[in-house]
Design a protein around this ligand. Structure first.
Ligand code: ATP
Ligand code: ZN
Ligand code: MG
Length: 302
């Protein structure tokens, strides 16, 4: 048995995660949620004084925005689209017949206007672009959303529906790169406060296909993505629990995000993988929250 399935089974046995029969799709216990809520309050304590505007989108986004984002160019393998039955009564009868016969019943399922959100910040850029120019001092947003990625796995830290808490900064190059550095420093401090061993390393996104290899190399060479890594199911292959992404002016140009002086906004986002952080805490401090070190409990619950 691998470390991954072993840890997953222990989480099931402890009732912290609940098996749904699909890899990467789990229920969570009240205890698991309580850890996530506590960690989010810790995030609030570190970021709360920055004056970010809080926005919560549902876990689905406007398909038109999704198409404009270019996600299907870079990560077609991860996307999840919402389809619904759009047929007539006859189609309905044949759908039920197919279901009864265990055959493909999805023929009349047509794509809807909603796509599952792949990253918490995706719905934000077109929303802010509609407001008009961004103030010279920049803009800061606080987001949290369930995100979908089609990457089924026995690794409990790689789920198909998971939550991402994000801060997104828009402004000049200096402003947004400073924002990113601030959160790298804070990320280290936060993980130290809850007793988790961390390292930060340069990273790349899993761009699809052969052309994607070049995009990934380019992202690395330019230090556009960093990850905060914590060992969960492997020490040699620690898990990314936060990421720090500088998009240069790519999103600004794509969405028409401009600063008051007419220049294209640069953007950066910092993402917390909330389930991964909870899993890191359970891995390092044990499955019984009451037995966690006093210092960790204090940092989380005061
Ligand atoms: P990985 O390299 O592990 O696939 P990623 O680079 O795809 O991670 P990001 O796109 O930067 O991750 O997403 C921000 C954060 O969301 C990650 O740092 C991680 O904590 C979390 N995350 C990403 N994918 C998953 C997943 N499948 N299950 C749980 N959390 C995830
Ligand atoms: Zn983002
Ligand atoms: Mg990934």
């Amino acid at each position: 048995m691998t470390n991954q399935t072993n840890f997953l089974d222990r989480l099931f046995d402890a009732g912290l995660l609940i098996d749904t029969g699909v890899d990467g799709l789990y229920g969570r216990s009240g205890q698991f949620e309580d850890v996530i809520s506590a960690f989010e309050r810790l995030i609030d304590r570190f970021g709360g004084a920055d004056g970010a505007e809080a926005i919560r989108f549902p876990p689905g986004m406007n398909r038109a925005y999704f198409e404009t984002s270019g996600y299907m160019k870079s990560f077609p393998q991860l996307a999840g689209t919402v389809h619904s039955f759009c047929g007539n009564e006859l189609d309905h009868m044949s759908l039920l017949k197919c279901m009864d016969a265990d055959e493909d019943w999805s023929k009349e399922q047509k794509i809807t206007d909603i796509v599952l959100t792949p990253a918490a910040c995706y719905p934000l850029y077109p929303t802010i672009a509609k407001r008009g120019a961004i103030a010279a001092k920049g803009a800061l947003f606080d987001l949290q959303s369930y995100c979908f990625r089609h990457e089924p796995s026995k690794d409990p830290a790689r789920q198909q529906l998971f939550r991402m808490r994000e801060y997104v900064c828009m402004g000049t190059q200096d402003h947004v790169t400073e924002f990113r550095q601030t959160w790298m420093d804070r990320g280290l401090k936060m993980m130290e406060a809850v007793g988790l061993p961390v390292e930060i390393d340069v990273a790349n996104d899993p761009f699809f296909g052969r052309a994607g290899k070049m995009l990934a190399n380019n992202q690395r060479d330019q230090n556009l993505k960093f990850e905060l890594l914590i060992p969960i199911t492997s020490t040699s292959n620690p898990t990314a629990c936060m990421s720090f992404n500088y998009h240069q002016d790519a999103f600004g140009a794509k969405w028409g995000l401009n600063l008051e002086d007419g220049s294209v906004a640069h953007t950066a986002c910092v993402g917390f993988g909330l389930e991964r952080i909870a899993l890191a805490l359970f891995h390092h401090h044990g499955l019984d929250v009451n037995a966690w070190p006093e210092q960790v409990r204090k940092a989380l619950w005061g």
